[in-house]
Design a protein around this ligand. Structure first.
Ligand SMILES: [Zn+2]
Length: 68
């Protein structure tokens, strides 16, 4: 039972993160900045947005951050 509960709460956490990302994406659509990197301001790119519609960073900035 405990294992099932932790699986459920884990699922809930994932869902929460996803909802937050959707919320951010919607704010950026309203602000007119959707599809632009929040770090460098360059277009994120259609291919990346297709793979990850809520991406806030372009591939270059995402890679640079991951490298740290
Ligand atoms: Zn960038």
């Amino acid at each position: 039972m405990a294992a099932t509960w932790s699986q459920l709460t884990g699922l809930h956490d994932d869902l929460d993160v996803e909802l937050t990302e959707i919320d951010h994406a919607l704010s950026r659509i309203e602000a007119g900045t959707y599809g632009l990197c929040s770090n460098c301001g360059k277009p994120i790119g259609v291919a990346r947005l297709r793979a990850r519609p809520y991406a806030e960073l372009c591939i270059d900035c995402a890679r640079a951050l991951e490298a740290h």
